[in-house]
Write a protein that binds this ligand. Structure first.
Ligand code: ADP
Ligand code: ZN
Length: 759
């Protein structure tokens, strides 16, 4: 977006002449420009820019017949004979390169692997705030002109003029600051400039950025238990190792993984190197940040609520090597650390590590590629590893370290199931009798309660019992959810909303029904049944205000809130010792989605939320309400048995060739006109099938078929799935289709390599 605006900011100068090939080697910069069909372009480097133009820097280059100046990234510099006339680089906007050679290579790898434009990856790796130099303002700095000292000696200068030169001898200054230090007005300065004794240079100076919270008192490390010591030793091996390796740290919730990360990072930092810690955005809680700040002092925290200026400030700090530890969400994998020694990726199974817009990269795989390129270890941690990582460990590509017990021998909580098929008729609300009794008991005992329901809103669908009409989004293939706060019916995909209808819009029947339970309805029920207990709801609707999340967690920590209920937002990472009961309102919400990872997601969610209890001396228990207590994912979660879940699930994946067995690319074609989109999808599928015809066995191309969400935001959607043992063959086929299948106006398609979102 910024680039587009910039296009118009630069007035095009007179068209630069094409420099004809001279037969002599010339310095040529190859650059990446944002365009539809991307090609690398060559430009001559004029002599005066020789020292400034290097791989990884931004340049401005004239483009097209109008020679409008556009920003581009220099990816290569060579001295060679040009085979045709070239235009010249116009200028270099930054005072230093933005990407080093390794980062440049990494972005190239991402572009190739994820089938996206290199330019788009570069724009992702360098945050917008950095590109716009947010938080800096243009300024003119004054310095003594070359030879000013000798010249001045030969001239009769006033005392004030001498004071000005003396002040400047200490270093460049802005005019107002110079006047202040020299104790004069602007007159003497102007005079010296006109005499040629003072030169001016344009530069950018930082405006104030809110300083990071002051470093806390440094806390000392905890005494590690035996399995933590073993895990730390493995990381130390990897740090010393040649080649260094990837470690999968499979530790149950509360086994003390974070303490292992911290002590491993301490080793890295004490040897003068930097570390990057990647966590899901949702776990970037004050609690997590505080744990790192209290040990390391200078920690750069990169989250999505930073202003552009703050992001730029951190980026510069990191690039200068001024901070040793970077903690951040997905995009922190691109942190420009000059002396990286270790990458840690916590909760490695989390789907938020995958970006759902181009470039559709997965931070885990990018971290893996970066760690390999830099020759440093990568530590992946989770209580519920992704089957991809688990399989890599089984194949010996990752080193598996298990931490099967909680710290200080605290037991994992007992998990019981409540079969909703038996409960249904007896109770009308969302809470079964057993769960309600357990809440009463937990509250009476002074404990706190967490209730998980992975559905926002009040009622999850609005349907007329008389004619069967159900309220749907006119733009999406999705039922509208009733939100009671402002009495609207809301689409959770496109935010379309209408007032909730009092009567059926189709047959006018007065008894239209709001059914299904969302977090708002659960909140109302919990408040009604436990009027003395303070209740707090946490979901995207209630947590919109900045700081709401940390305020809510602080209230829960203090015990001001006794029952915390919400969506998966509350399922992860929280460590509250007084939580003695976790209730899962409906474990099946994700179980029957048309997604080959549905079982894995369900297992992860139930296991993770169960892990929120039993962290203190009072212990804890978990009650899981479900219609399918015997489902392997739910049965394994109740036993905290990851290995059993993986052992049951992997053969199913293998039988169908799903990841982690073989690769997958998902193509989604969308357009306002359904027939045009389908025709385009058929063309793509045909092309892909033809180019894969001679390829290895085991390749399947499925579709086009309507996507599970067949309409979203007014667009019809069709999907094509490619499966096969050879990722490269699939990629080549899709890249070929990109080049040769024309998509008609109004139809777009995306290719998602290693897709996570299957809807
Ligand atoms: P995980 O990341 O595996 O869920 P944490 O690192 O959050 O586990 O540890 C859980 C709790 O145990 C935290 O409160 C932490 O401070 C504490 N803890 C971790 N290691 C130790 C240890 N060696 N001795 C005592 N307490 C520990
Ligand atoms: Zn919609």
């Amino acid at each position: 977006m910024s680039i587009q605006r910039n296009l118009f900011e630069f007035a095009a100068p007179a068209p630069p002449p094409l420099t004809p090939p001279s037969g002599k080697p010339q310095r040529i910069a190859t650059v990446q420009v944002r365009r539809q069909r991307l090609q690398e372009l060559d430009y001559l480097v004029p002599d005066e820019l020789r020292s400034a133009v290097s791989p990884g820097c931004r340049v401005r280059v004239p483009l097209g017949r109008s020679n409008r100046l556009v920003e581009a990234y220099c990816v290569r510099v060579e001295d060679r004979v040009a085979d045709r006339p070239l235009k010249a680089v116009a200028d270099v906007p930054d005072s230093r390169g933005l990407l080093d050679a390794k980062m440049l290579q990494l972005t190239r790898w991402i572009a190739d692997y994820y089938l996206c434009e290199h330019h788009a990856v570069l724009e992702t790796a360098v945050p917008a705030g950095v590109r716009q130099r947010a938080g800096t303002r243009p300024s003119v700095l004054l310095r003594p002109a070359d030879g000013a000292a000798q010249q001045a000696a030969a001239m009769k200068l006033t005392a004030k003029q001498q004071a000005v030169l003396a002040a400047l001898a200490e270093g460049p200054l802005a005019a107002d600051e110079l006047a202040r230090r020299a104790g004069c007005g602007t007159g003497p300065i102007q005079k010296l400039r006109s005499l040629g004794l003072i030169a001016a240079e344009k530069t950018r100076v930082p405006t104030a950025v809110r300083p990071a919270e002051a470093p806390q008192v440094r806390q000392s490390h905890l005494q590690l238990n035996a399995s933590q010591r073993e895990a730390l030793a493995a990381v130390e091996d990897a740090l010393a190792g040649n080649p260094p390796s990837t470690i999968l740290l499979h530790g149950v919730t509360g086994s003390g993984k974070t303490e292992v990360y911290i002590q491993a990072i301490a080793k890295v930092v004490s040897s003068g190197r930097q570390a990057i810690v990647l966590v899901p955005e949702i776990s970037l809680t004050p609690q997590t940040v505080e744990r790192f700040r209290s040990r390391f002092g200078e920690v750069a925290v990169l989250h999505s609520h930073l202003s552009d200026a703050e992001r730029h400030h951190h980026w510069q700090q990191i690039a200068r090597g001024d901070v040793a530890v970077v903690v951040g969400a997905r995009s922190a994998v691109f942190a420009p650390t000059p002396r990286l020694g270790l990458i840690v990726l916590d909760e490695e199974h989390e789907s938020s590590f995958k970006q759902d817009s181009a470039p559709r990269y997965h931070a885990r795989d990018v971290a893996l590629a970066r760690a390999r390129a830099e020759g440093i270890p990568l530590v992946l941690g989770s209580a519920t590893p992704s089957l991809e990582s688990w399989r890599s460990a089984q194949l010996g590509q990752f080193r598996l370290i298990s931490m099967p017990h909680r710290v200080e021998a605290r037991p994992l909580p007992h998990v019981g199931t409540i079969d909703l098929r038996l409960e249904k008729s007896a109770s009308r609300g969302a809470l079964s009798r057993r769960l309600a009794q357990a809440i009463t008991a937990a509250l009476a005992d002074g404990g706190q309660v967490i209730l998980l329901l992975n559905r926002r809103g009040f009622a999850t669908h609005i349907q007329c019992p008389a004619c069967g009409f159900a309220l749907h989004c006119p733009h999406c293939d999705i039922a509208l959810t009733h939100h009671r706060t402002n009495h609207t019916a809301l689409c959770h995909y496109c935010d379309y909303q209408v007032p909730a209808p009092p009567v059926c819009p189709q047959c006018n029947f007065g008894g239209i029904r709001y059914s299904g339970v969302g977090t708002q309805k659960l909140e109302a029920e919990v408040r009604a049944r436990f009027p003395q207990a303070a209740v707090l709801r946490m979901d995207t609707d209630s947590m919109q205000a900045p700081g709401a999340h940390s305020k809510a967690l602080a209230a829960f920590r203090r015990g001001d809130v006794r029952i915390l209920l919400g969506t998966q937002m509350i399922a992860k990472g929280l460590d509250f010792p007084n939580v003695t009961l976790v209730g899962v309102i409906n474990a099946d919400t994700a179980l029957h989605l048309p997604d080959f990872r549905a079982a894995e997601r369900t297992f992860q969610l139930v296991t993770q939320v169960a892990g929120r209890t039993g962290r203190g001396p009072k212990g804890g228990r978990v009650l899981v309400q479900t219609f399918s207590p015997d489902h392997p994912a739910i049965a394994a979660a109740t036993q905290h048995d990851y290995a059993a879940f993986a052992a049951g699930e992997l053969p199913l994946r293998q039988a169908l060739g799903y990841p982690p067995f073989g690769s997958m690319i998902r193509i989604v074609v969308r357009g306002e006109n359904g027939a045009a989109a389908l025709a385009c999808a058929e063309g793509i599928a045909q092309h892909v099938r033809a180019s894969l015809a001679g390829a290895a066995a085991g390749i399947r191309v499925l579709g086009p078929a309507p996507a599970p969400f067949a309409r979203l935001r007014g667009l019809h959607r069709f999907q094509i799935h490619l499966h096969g043992p050879e990722a490269d063959a699939l990629r080549e086929a899709v890249a070929g289709a990109r080049r040769s299948v024309e998509s008609p106006d109004g139809v777009q398609w995306i290719a998602d390599v290693d897709p996570i979102d299957m809807l």
